[in-house]
Design a protein around this ligand. Structure first.
Ligand SMILES: [Zn+2]
Ligand SMILES: [Zn+2]
Length: 668
């Protein structure tokens, strides 16, 4: 069967950045009931296109096949279908549109190759006004939809700074958004500390303007509404794991995107710190943006800073590593990524020597367990890319910048993997006496392509925001993590504040302590049961909706001691900051933290009784030791021969350490 195509009598007129419908008259002599597919060689996606194709790929095409039409042809001898055409450009452009009803049915003869010359009317230029809660000009996220639900600009025709893999675009005050005349709905927000709002937008052609010339249209104004501002109290948001290349990004027409594109997104999500990590894909292109200083596109207090994730090279099989605050970007002995160590600890030795702040990425991967309990004592497979070799590395100290020993691992990444998996290993290593902190990340656009800053850290700083200090705040655990929909400020035990003076409260004897935290959360008044009832292994892994108590507008704030909740209070999730007080009995040296699970979590404050180290759980120490064995069984094969002896020594050190910790543990 052949499908022949010929243009009809309709005027081939389109509109820039908008859709036009055309009737397709179908003479169906064969009575086929297949799907009629329309295609055009000008309508391919721009993401992934070669640079010299970009100009030619100006068209987007969709068949309209929802109600009242059926998806397939009816089989009648004569019927009409609707094809929708979208143009990226104004003026005159040529395209070939072909139709088929399945593989091999395109007419290969001359008739399917008839080009059509379209005349494309220009869109209107809509001045965009975006003001923050203080009235200052700002950048925000916008999802622009028409009545049919189509988003603008068309995702297939997007290149940076607009990303094809999510619906929103980021626009600044004073910019112009081009849209054809029509009615739209605009959903907009500016990070999780803002309230998502929706407003209608009507774009009209200015009276008397000739259709040839898209003159200035009436402007559109957007007022950002904020429900909380932790920065006002010195808590600075950041996402230590975003990428400008790889995963959902394209490798063509460019190898990833530029700093200016990334900062538009971090500004639009009100993310004060964006750590853009160069990794395997496009490494040699993206490495050019590393300077060890804030990128010049930064607009304080919005900082964009390039660092590295060891992923797609080196020790990535033993677990990906986030390396922040690097002075040198590339491991000695080469200028790219092929020569890096296969043992994470060897990379950490180099990074810590230069004062970097380091931790495993997307920690839960490889630590999957068939349990929703936290903590649990199931030994996970250690066969993935998360905090796997961490179980070894956490037992090590390595020389710091001045040669004195420092912790090899500073933090565990959280918020972008299921919380049971990522927090379980953290809790166990805290219980045996290690002092790793947590930091929040998104791994954009790999784990999440929705937006940057989906997972974040809020770091308390005394002075003005500075990237090195912000990373230092994570190293010292002067931060809480979360989805930005709940906040845990000023966590303190007695008079010791989280992240200050080593986070250490010294008690002469067992006894009661007072815990203080300022907490706020925001839930919609109406529950979203679909999101709220998802299993913890389903995205989004951290989400305030899952913390909702029943159908109430409230979430539980829990005090955790040595991994177990010991007190709980209900917090009204109306956005207001409230002072909460807890009391707890500290029987032996241990750690305390506050959480709204799975939406936010503080770092620990340690309570040391009579100067004794934390040996809070023999079962935790035993779990760690089994973890080392399991990890070795999975990772040995990835270690290069010239690192194998070192790896054996380093793993053996971890074994001996946990054996000692088991014998020193005070309680089961
Ligand atoms: Zn990774
Ligand atoms: Zn990554």
């Amino acid at each position: 069967m052949r499908v022949k195509v010929a243009p009809g009598s309709a005027r081939p007129e389109l509109v820039e950045l908008g859709w036009r419908q055309f009737l397709v008259k179908v003479h169906n002599q064969a009575g086929t009931t297949s799907v009629l597919r329309g295609t055009s060689s000008q309508a391919r996606r721009l993401a992934g296109a070669m640079p010299d194709e970009v100009r030619n790929l100006w068209l987007d095409l969709q068949m309209f096949d929802s109600q009242p039409l059926t998806r397939t042809l009816s089989g009648l001898a004569l019927e009409y279908r609707i094809v929708q055409l979208y143009s990226r450009d104004p003026g005159q452009r040529e395209a070939t549109v072909t139709f088929d009803v399945g593989q091999g049915t395109q007419d290969l003869g001359y008739r399917s190759e008839v080009p059509i010359l379209f005349t494309i009317r220009p869109a209107q230029s809509v001045p965009w006004r975006v003001r923050d809660e203080t009235g200052a000009p700002t950048v925000a996220a916008f999802v622009i939809r028409d009545a049919q639900g189509r988003v603008y600009p068309s995702r297939a025709k997007r290149l940076a700074p607009d990303f094809a893999f999510h619906p929103q675009v980021y626009r600044a005050d004073g910019e112009v958004v081009k849209l054809p005349a029509g009615k739209y709905t605009v959903e907009y927000w500016r990070g999780p500390e803002s309230v998502t709002k929706t407003q209608p937008l009507t774009v009209v052609e200015p009276a008397g303007s000739a259709s040839q010339n898209g003159g200035p249209a009436q402007g559109a104004s957007f007022q950002i509404e904020r429900w909380i501002d932790p920065a006002k109290f010195g808590w600075w948001s950041g996402d230590h794991h975003i990428h400008a290349a790889g995963c959902a990004h394209y490798m063509n027409p460019t190898e990833g995107v530029l700093p200016a594109d990334m900062v538009r997104h971090t500004l639009g999500e009100d993310l004060k710190v964006g750590a853009t990590l160069t990794w395997g894909p496009a490494f040699d292109t993206q490495k050019r943006f590393f300077t060890s200083r804030d990128d010049l596109v930064s607009r304080p207090p919005y900082l964009l800073h390039y660092d590295v994730e060891v992923s797609g090279f080196g020790s990535h099989q033993s677990g990906h590593l986030v390396l922040l605050r690097l002075k040198e970007q590339i491991y000695p002995g080469g200028s790219s990524y092929e020569h890096w160590p296969t043992l994470c600890l060897n990379t950490l030795r180099w990074a810590k020597r230069q004062g970097a702040v380091c931790g495993p990425a997307h920690s839960g991967f490889g630590l999957e367990v068939n349990s929703s309990e936290l903590p649990n004592y199931v030994v996970p497979p250690f066969n993935g890319i998360g905090a796997n070799e961490y179980i070894v590395d956490v037992t090590h100290e390595v020389p710091g910048p001045d040669g004195t020993p420092v912790r090899a691992v500073d933090f565990i990444s959280t918020v972008d993997t299921p919380y049971v998996w990522e927090l379980n290993i953290w809790y166990h290593t805290l219980n045996v006496g290690f002092r790793t902190r947590i930091s929040g990340e998104t791994d954009f656009p790999c784990v999440y392509g929705e937006r940057v800053g989906l997972g974040r850290s809020y770091v308390k700083l005394d002075g003005k925001l500075d990237y090195a200090d912000w990373c230092e705040g994570i190293r010292r655990g002067r931060n809480y993590v979360g989805d930005g929909r709940s906040h845990l400020l000023d966590f303190a035990v007695n008079d010791v504040r989280m992240g200050e003076n080593g986070s250490e409260l010294r008690l002469s004897a067992a006894g009661r302590v007072k815990v203080h935290v300022r907490a706020a959360a925001l839930l919609d008044e109406k529950p979203n049961p679909e999101r709220g009832r998802r299993r913890y292994e389903e995205q989004p892994y951290w989400d305030i909706e899952r913390a909702r108590i029943g159908d109430m507008r409230a979430v539980p704030v829990e005090l955790v001691v040595n991994g177990y909740p010991v007190a709980k209070q209900s917090l009204v999730a109306d956005g207001a900051l409230r002072d909460l007080m807890f009391e707890a009995t500290i029987e032996r040296s241990g750690w305390l933290a506050v959480r709204i699970l799975p939406s936010s979590h503080t770092n620990p404050v340690w309570a040391l009784v009579a100067g004794k180290p934390v040996r809070a759980s023999r079962r935790s120490a035993d779990w760690c030791l089994k973890g080392v064995e399991q990890c070795w069984s999975q990772k040995e094969r990835f270690i290069k021969r010239d690192e194998l002896e070192q790896a054996k020594t380093d793993y053996e050190h971890a074994r001996r350490t946990y054996q000692r910790l088991i014998s020193e543990s005070e309680v089961e």
